[in-house]
Design a protein around this ligand. Structure first.
Ligand code: FAD
Length: 494
């Protein structure tokens, strides 16, 4: 007999609830713990997983495998070509290994929940005891209800309720025990599983050599790196987080989203450790930087609750159903300019180039480019949402969908449609000295003063043109009026 733990987007040993429960079961029964990770190229394809993210996962798996081996726990990494076959593969593996217990953590996307429903059925047929537990979020979806018993659709009251719930249930932040060593006999019995190697990325998700090197340097993988980043941020930066978080050149944020999203770091652990460096146990009190950072992690929970309660957001539908009828422009040239950072709006171009180079973009800039795509270019926000998923290393369906819905005014608790970001004002406010723009748009490096935000409008057109920087692709004032009219007309229709 044995216990199997199935890793997904929870690629860590420390503070992993499902793994901890699996380890406990194994210890109490005196049987070994065995682990598995399924590489599913169809899932990567269906979920638009970026090659940078696939690479990050594979690099993490190598570290995880090594760390588990130190506990005499094997990690089987298996590629299953057809994703519908995953439940069958897992129950088959349990049978082959003589395991009667299968554990995993829950993922909230529709495809994943359907897969787990099928897996539950198969486990029942095969008499395998299957446990799927909440781990990815601090508070499980469905726990927080409005006064009338509904799911919150507005962040602020939801957040107050989230805070209250965690204060009343402080054990939600407790660390889950790390599994102990397997009995010595496990190493001999399962020797063949220790040899199993990490496969290369599927052909259509492969990185070139230069990209591989670049991302390995920018985003070192694994949970030790995640812990290191977290403690450095907590020791050196969190106090200034609230003041600096909106300024992309200030390097004030934790740069930790890839770890939350791949599960190399538990959101629970981030909140707990942040609380532990505060001067109060209250999650919304004490140092404003700490409280502010915790509230950003809560946004992540919020969007997962939305996804779990309104699964249609997974199906290419706007959360606000009345926004389905907006008439978008279908301008391929504009979309190409947007994604290549060639719109002639320096802050937008800097941000898109950051994304294309780092597989990451600062949060303020994500809002600016999303608003620009949906409101200035009046392109369907789903094009942008998809492009982000295909390129972000931290791509996470719920947060990405939520962020796009917010910026395009089609989502849950969104920016009202008539509040349209002016890219010039955003640039002047959040990159006043143009430091971020100069970093990512080398054509404008020599542009002095305020002209950096609008070189053609502020007398530096010659220099910009000489360096090959394009003129603005649209006129913001005209686009603003067009967006207001189209949104109004779209919502007016049934
Ligand atoms: P910090 O500012 O240090 O925040 C700490 C953590 O809180 C982050 O690591 C992240 O896990 C969470 N967080 C912060 N802000 C948000 C937010 N607005 N929504 C949800 N969680 C948040 N985040 C993703 O993880 N994956 C995505 O695919 C994603 N797509 C986005 C798309 C758009 C259009 C927008 C506006 C935002 C998106 N975000 C996404 C949220 C946010 O931009 C990133 O989480 C943040 O920039 C990550 O940088 P950081 O780790 O330095 O964050």
């Amino acid at each position: 007999n044995a216990v199997v733990f199935w890793f997904k987007r929870d690629l860590r040993i420390r503070d992993n609830k499902g793994l901890s429960l699996a380890g406990k079961k194994a210890r109490e029964a005196g049987i070994p713990l065995l682990c598995v990770f399924v590489v599913s190229p169809q899932d990567y394809q269906a979920h638009l997983t970026s090659p940078a993210r696939v690479d990050f996962e594979l690099r993490t798996l190598a570290i995880l495998k090594r760390d588990l081996a130190e506990l005499d726990v094997p990690l089987v990494v298996e590629t299953i070509v057809k994703r519908k076959k995953v439940p069958e593969y897992l129950t088959g593996l349990c049978e082959e290994l003589g395991a009667r217990h299968l554990f995993c953590n829950i993922e909230y996307e529709v495809d994943e929940l359907r897969r787990e429903t099928l897996l539950t059925k198969r486990c029942l047929e095969k008499d395998i005891d299957f446990s799927a537990v909440h781990d990815d979020v601090v508070v499980a979806p469905g726990r927080l209800k409005t006064g009338t018993g509904n799911q919150y659709a507005v962040y602020s009251p939801w957040f107050r309720s989230w805070i209250r719930h965690v204060h009343e249930n402080p054990e939600l932040l407790d660390e889950w025990e790390t599994p102990g060593k397997n009995p010595p006999s496990a190493r001999d019995k399962y020797e063949h599983l220790f040899d199993n190697h990490i496969p290369p990325a599927p052909e259509n998700k492969k990185l070139g050599d230069e990209e591989k090197e670049r991302f390995a340097h920018l985003w070192p993988a694994g949970e030790h790196e995640a812990m290191g980043r977290l403690s450095k941020f907590l020791n050196e930066k969190i106090g200034r987080y609230q003041a600096g978080r909106n300024f992309p050149a200030s390097n004030s944020t934790a740069l930790i989203s890839v770890h939350h999203s791949a599960g190399t770091l538990a959101a629970r652990m981030s909140v707990r450790e942040a609380r532990n460096v505060n001067n109060t146990k209250k999650l919304d009190g004490g140092n404003p930087g700490i409280a502010g950072w915790i509230s950003e992690i809560a946004w992540r929970d919020f969007y997962k609750h939305v996804l779990a309660h309104w699964p249609y957001v997974c199906m290419n539908k706007p959360f606000k159903y009345e926004y389905t009828s907006i008439e978008w422009e279908y301008n391929d040239d504009h979309f190409d300019k947007w994604r290549n950072g060639q719109t002639g709006f320096p802050i937008v171009d800097a941000a898109m180039r950051q994304l294309n180079h780092m597989a990451y973009m600062h949060n303020r800039c994500r809002m600016i480019v999303a608003s620009f795509l949906a409101k200035d270019l009046l392109l369907d926000w789903r094009l942008g949402e998809k492009y982000f998923m295909e390129h972000l290393i931290d791509g996470d369906f719920a947060s990405n969908n939520g962020g796009w819905g917010f910026s395009a005014s089609t989502g849950v608790d969104p920016q009202p449609y008539f509040r349209i970001f002016n890219p010039l004002l955003q640039s002047e406010k959040f990159d006043a000295d143009g430091e971020y723009i100069r970093k990512w748009v080398p054509e404008l490096r020599d542009v002095k003063g305020k002209a950096i935000h609008d070189p053609y409008g502020r007398g530096e057109g010659k220099l910009a043109a000489k360096n090959g920087y394009p003129k603005p692709v649209v006129d913001h004032k005209i686009c603003r009026e067009r967006a207001l009219a189209r949104y109004k007309a779209g919502i007016g229709r049934d």
